[in-house]
Design a protein around this ligand. Sequence first.
Ligand code: ADP
Ligand code: ADP
Ligand code: MG
Length: 536
Amino acid sequence: GCGICIHKCPFDAIMIIGLPEALKEPTHRYGPNGFALYGLPVPQVGRVTGILGPNGIGKSTAVQILSGTLVPNFSQDTGNWEKVLEHYAGTALYDYFSDVVDGNITVSQKPQYVDLIPKAFKGKTSELLDKTDEKGALPELVERLNLSHVLDRKITELSGGELQRVAIAACAAKDADFYFFDEISPYLDIHQRINSAQLIQEIAKDKAVLVVEHDLAILDMLADVVHVAYGEPGAYGVVTHPKGVRVAINQYLKGYLPEENVRIRTDAIKFEVHPPRVETDINTLVDYDAFSKKYGEGFSLSTDDGSLKEGEVLGIVGPNGIGKSTFVKILAGEIEPDEGKLDIDIKIAYKPQYIKADTPIPVQYFLRGISNKFDSSYFQSEIAKPLNIEKFYERLVTDLSGGELQRVAIAACLMQDADMYILDEPSAHLDVEQRSMATKVIKRFAENNRKTAMVVDHDIYMIDMLSERLIVFEGEPAVYGKAHKPSSMQDGMNKFLANLDITFRRDEDTSRPRVNKPDSRLDREQKAKGEYYYHD
Ligand code: ADP
Ligand code: ADP
Ligand code: MG
């Protein structure tokens, strides 16, 4: 612990200096020593309300309350709606709860873990979607979310990105008063994230919409107001009053909430305005020749040749279905290219995109089985501790949540003896805090050990903080893909974002990247100058 805070720190880096005075009484507590939720988000017709904070902090609890399925008990034995109305008299939530009590609020929810959908539903996609079509909007949703090709396929055969879009369509197709989207970005590429965000904004024109989103570039463009949520996962959670989206994200990144007078982190999360300099005098780790790969009559990938340097972190960006995973699997020696012999005499540690645990062994035994470095102080202090995996060493890998398994998989990759480390979508299932810690761990690991790392990810904040150079993929998803040579961040981001037709500006306060409104003055100026990401 840091000595200042009165609560146990889940990470060394997080500290909560007490609860604000106004929050002495929880909104809801599960039993005498159970989890306590303080405050509630305020859904409002005509806007997208965002929640920004870690998992396990009471978001689902809040949504159950807002949908009328859980009566908040204000820490008493039982709750009743009369007391709730009394409590919220004169506040923005009074009218909302009056409607809940009168039975006038119907709710449509998109669950957080779309991977669980195939376990509950085995039929065809069209069968699942038809049941949700309460206002005749389904055909348009299918078109906009690009789902027509999966309608006849079984739900159990869909990719993560397809499942996510089906789940978004199902939630949006219902005729409800209150819509809750618990994360839209997992498995989606940037284009699909923005597309889904725009659709949700349209729903919010005449409905109340609540979203949880850990991709901050997307939350920033999607939400109108944001409640920051903080606390100790599993013990208590505090939902702040709504803040402007820019202010909320900036306060969150700085780690301090001035209105609440609460510090949620010791260090600020920082961004560099300028692209990292490409150092030329660094030793080359490996040169590879151009290669290609074709799957039967289906997808084909071709690549430029390239040169990777010792100790650098390369970001890999491009749409879904463009061959990124195929590329890294070939480098890792998991599959063979058709043309271009890869004479790579280096050892590669690889974390695949989809991780599954099938043997029920404790985390600790699993990690020991991968490397005897498990007991080294370096592994424990530089990897395990910041990833916050120590507390579940005794649990079975098969019992872990998506975010827990992801962090174990990142640790398992970095603990291996190798020359290069490839991590395919490490941000998946991680909340904002965990993403920032994972970013630090990977970057520090590469720097301290002079090891090369490649990170495939769609989270621009993560790619920005991690990468010194980029490998950009272009092409037509599911048809062909082309992997370019590693390039500078500046050239790479320009190529990547020009394909997406998106420009970013920098926030004046925190330097974080923000998506420009399409066709705004800045958007047009930056496009004219070809400065999609870095500019003066
Ligand atoms: P989030 O959605 O932010 O991940 P949840 O609202 O699902 O968080 O859960 C917050 C905490 O409340 C968790 O520690 C969970 O174990 C606890 N919790 C959730 N539902 C119940 C319940 N019915 N009884 C007791 N504890 C619960
Ligand atoms: P990305 O990682 O960029 O999303 P992938 O390399 O996973 O892309 O896949 C590229 C394309 O190749 C996709 O259309 C995918 O369906 C297809 N594909 C991937 N693996 C195989 C395989 N083993 N057999 C046939 N097609 C495949
Ligand atoms: Mg992939």
